[in-house]
Write a protein that binds this ligand. Structure first.
Ligand code: MTE
Length: 329
């Protein structure tokens, strides 16, 4: 694993984001601010661009986001880490590859194909798929299986609202997701040394997918998703390890069989279908009892204990009642 983007540390790392953003707006509006923005100390603020490249309909849907009672009040992980320290193997396995090599990817126009056990199958323009669905801001912890974590202000629609409009049949017990396959825009997919099989695939049990915490994200930090975070549409399941949160979703399939998932195919002993965050079940090669909350440096590792279901146990533990979580990891 590569070193975190410590060199990008800014004042934002010690300033609550809301205060920071307000101040930034103020600075932008003033002549002093214009000069100050050019000063090296504030240069990294340009990393949070005010220009949103997404189509206007998506920008406007995201801008109307309401806040959610499901949001945590924990300190946000700075924008530079959320968008500069990523796992998106389609663009390379380095943490900074997705930001560096993801810029030629074109997330618009975008279509999603829905198939399997549902009435609403077909291929839909993203705009039609999302039309009329209310976007919420959900500030969630994201816990990667690699034992680092972030606190991320997502924008998105409750997955239940999206899936309901596709009218799944009662025989649908699982929903499978697939990332777009575009080796010409995603260098990792065409690489001879590809670490995993493409397209990336994931899946959830229907009750997990319909759970109120499960989000189909369309944005982050008040803007549409950058490519490296899974533009234009990605899953967010906050009580599961981050690899369940599949990016750049192109296909949704309702099925009665547990779908195969990319990491299970790559190494079933190390990565299971359920992947619920669980400090009591170690990864075969490392402990899951603690995590590094980013930003984390050599001198301030910022280790915090990992919580069962990533701190969402009250809301989701009931989904797994009676299941042996050491077996269904
Ligand atoms: N989705 C695709 N298509 N490809 C990936 O490599 N990586 C997963 C997940 N979704 C991945 C993916 C992993 S391991 C994590 S931890 C999260 O995305 C990281 O999301 P983030 O980069 O937005 O923090």
């Amino acid at each position: 694993m590569k070193a975190p983007v410590g060199s990008k540390l800014t004042e934002r790392d010690v300033t609550p984001e809301a205060i920071y953003l307000n101040r930034r707006q103020y600075l932008k509006a003033s002549a002093v601010g214009a000069a100050a923005l050019m000063a090296p100390a504030l240069k990294a603020s340009e990393a949070a661009p005010s220009v949103d490249p997404a189509p206007l309909w998506l920008q406007s849907q995201n801008k109307q986001a309401s806040s959610s009672p499901f949001s945590t009040t924990e300190k946000l992980t700075p924008y530079e880490y959320v968008t500069g320290y990523n796992n998106f193997y389609e663009f390379g396995t380095g943490k900074d590859d997705p930001e560096k090599k993801g810029q030629d990817f074109k997330p618009h126009p975008w279509q999603v194909t829905v198939s399997g056990l549902a009435e609403g199958t077909g291929t839909f323009d993203l705009e039609d798929l999302l039309k009329g669905l209310a976007v919420e801001e959900r500030i969630y912890r994201l816990r990667c299986v690699e034992a680092w974590s972030m606190v991320i202000p997502w924008l998105g629609v409750p997955m239940a609202a999206l899936l309901k409009r596709l009218k799944p049949l009662s025989s649908a017990r699982y929903v499978a997701f697939e990332t777009v396959y575009r080796p010409e825009e995603m260098p990792g997919q065409g690489s001879f040394f590809a670490a995993i099989d493409y397209p990336y695939v994931e899946g959830l049990r229907m009750d997990e997918a319909m759970h109120p915490l499960t989000l189909m994200a369309t944005g982050v930090y008040g803007r549409s998703l950058p490519n490296q975070n899974g533009a234009p549409l990605r899953l967010v399941v906050p009580w599961k390890y981050g690899f369940k949160s599949i990016k750049s979703i192109r296909k949704i399939t309702f099925t009665d069989r547990q779908p195969q998932t990319t990491w299970e195919k790559a190494n079933a002993r190390e990565y299971g279908f359920y992947a619920n965050v669980n400090p009591a079940v170690d990864h075969p090669r490392w402990s899951q009892a603690e995590e590094r909350r980013l930003p984390s440096t050599l001198f301030a590792s910022n280790r915090v204990p990992t919580l069962p279901f990533n701190g969402y146990a009250d809301a989701v533990a009931g989904l797994y009642q009676g299941m042996d979580l050491t077996k269904y990891y």
